[in-house]
Every structure is written in C-alpha cells, then in structure tokens.
Design a protein around this ligand. Structure first.
Ligand code: SAM
Length: 230
C-alpha cells in the first residue's frame, strides 16, 4: 500500500518510521510519502489560507494549493485508492472503515488546519477519486495530522503480514470474530499481584470454560460501557 500525506507540518509524520509501521516501510510492504502543501503555494509567503467568505473568525485553507497538490498526486491508474479528508464533520471512523481501507492500494490524507479546507476541494476531488471525509470522534483537534496518524495505525495493522501473529487481530475489541463487542479483560504473570488474583478459570487450562468466561466478560463490559454496540 502507498500512503501520501499532504500537510503544512510534515514533521508530524516522523513517528511513522517507528514500531510496526516503520518495519512495514523497511520491508517494502508500505510506501509512505509526506508532502508539504506549501510546495504548491506560489506567493512570496507561500500562503495556504485566507479569510472566510461571509465573515467570521479564523482562516480557511485556500483551494488553489490543494488543487495543484491533488492534480500532482492523483495520476490515472487502475489502483484502488481514496482521498481521506479528516474532519470533525465527517463520518465517524470505525474498525469497519479500517477493515475496508486496509484493502486499498493507495490512500491520500489531506490534513486540514485553521477552520478547514475550502469546501470546493472535496467536491472537485470527488470527480477524480473516491473521497472519504472521516472524523476521529466528536471533538475538535487543531489539525488533521493526528487524525491521519490514528487512522493510519488502525488501517495498517490490519494489512496482511504487518502484525507478527495474525491471531492477535482475531479477538479484539470491535472485531467481527468477537461480534463487535469490547474485548474481555486480559492478565499475565504473576497470578497474584498487590492482593489481586487472576480469575481462577484462566489458570484452569479448560479451554471451553475460558472461552465462555471471556464471552460473558466481553458482553458485560460492552453492556456497561458501550450499550450502543450490542
Ligand atoms: N471549523 C472546523 C469545524 O468546526 O468543523 C474545525 C476545524 S479544525 C480546528 C482543523 C482541522 O483539524 C480540520 O480541518 C480537520 O482536518 C482536523 N480535525 C479536527 N477535529 C477532527 C476530528 N474530530 N476528526 C478528524 N479531523 C479533525
């Protein structure tokens, strides 16, 4: 998969060279290219924002640099690809979105700042590429970079060969294998720690009982914390 990020803060993406994503880049499974939006701004200040039509506080990202960036990055190709625009007013990004996007060949993240990107950019882009406006949740960040990083991590870990033991993806919170429930509590050694014992059933070696206990715990946790998922 190829991932492109367009941003006015390329430094945000340095951490992509770490951990599992860094290894995926090293192994050639993933190509990451970070672009500075200001490279497509041509005035002396390389400005990418201007005052909003209609008045109001804040600045809006100008369409011209975005248009040039997209024209440069979106070449005709049979590859399955999408333009992701992180936005608090987008569809909420979920595990289901991550599963779907993990099957794409190229994702381009358009990271907004200020009051966001001139709305004509998404409209124009949708004539040449699939556009997904995605929100990380019901709150407002300063820019799209952190949202793009979070989405990247959720998507890339689902690609084949990224996680060492693929079984660890099976029974996770929100996974289909766990019927979209939250994951049950997990424990490791020692069996007793600061007066707290690991549930006895997990030490029993009885696989069917352990599976039943985990299922009960997953259901109880989901009922308590996220009844909307049931
Ligand atoms: N004026 C916009 C609004 O009220 O919807 C908020 C703009 S925000 C300060 C600047 C940028 O941060 C957005 O263009 C988007 O790229 C990003 N952003 C902020 N909150 C986000 C969220 N919850 N999910 C994804 N991206 C977000």
């Amino acid at each position: 998969m190829r991932l492109d990020y367009v941003t006015i803060f390329p430094g945000y993406f340095g951490p992509l060279s770490l951990s599992l994503i860094g290894k995926a880049i090293e192994s050639g499974r993933l190509t990451v290219v970070v672009h500075d939006l200001r490279d497509w701004a041509h005035d002396v200040h390389r400005s990418v924002d201007d005052t909003p039509f209609g008045g109001g506080a804040g600045m809006v990202m100008k369409p011209e640099p975005w248009g040039e960036a997209l024209d440069a990055l979106i070449q005709p190709s049979p590859a399955r690809r999408a333009l992701i625009i992180p936005s608090p007013s987008g569809e909420v990004f979920s595990h289901r979105c991550a599963v779907e996007l993990a099957g794409y060949d190229q994702l381009i993240f358009a990271c907004g700042r200020y009051e966001g990107i001139d709305a004509r950019v998404a409209d124009y882009a949708s004539t040449i590429i699939e556009v997904r406006e995605l929100s990380l949740g019901d709150y407002v960040l300063n820019g799209g970079e952190v949202a793009a990083l979070a989405m990247t991590e959720a998507i890339v870990r689902l690609m084949p060969g990224i996680i060492g033991n693929p079984d660890s993806l099976a029974e996770e919170s929100h996974s289909a294998t766990l019927d979209n429930l939250l994951e049950y509590p997990v424990y490791t050694k020692p069996a007793a720690w600061r007066g707290r014992e690991v549930p006895e059933v997990l030490l029993s070696g009885h696989h069917a009982k352990i599976a039943a206990w985990r299922r009960d715990q997953a259901e109880a946790l989901t009922r308590a914390r996220r009844p909307d998922l049931l």
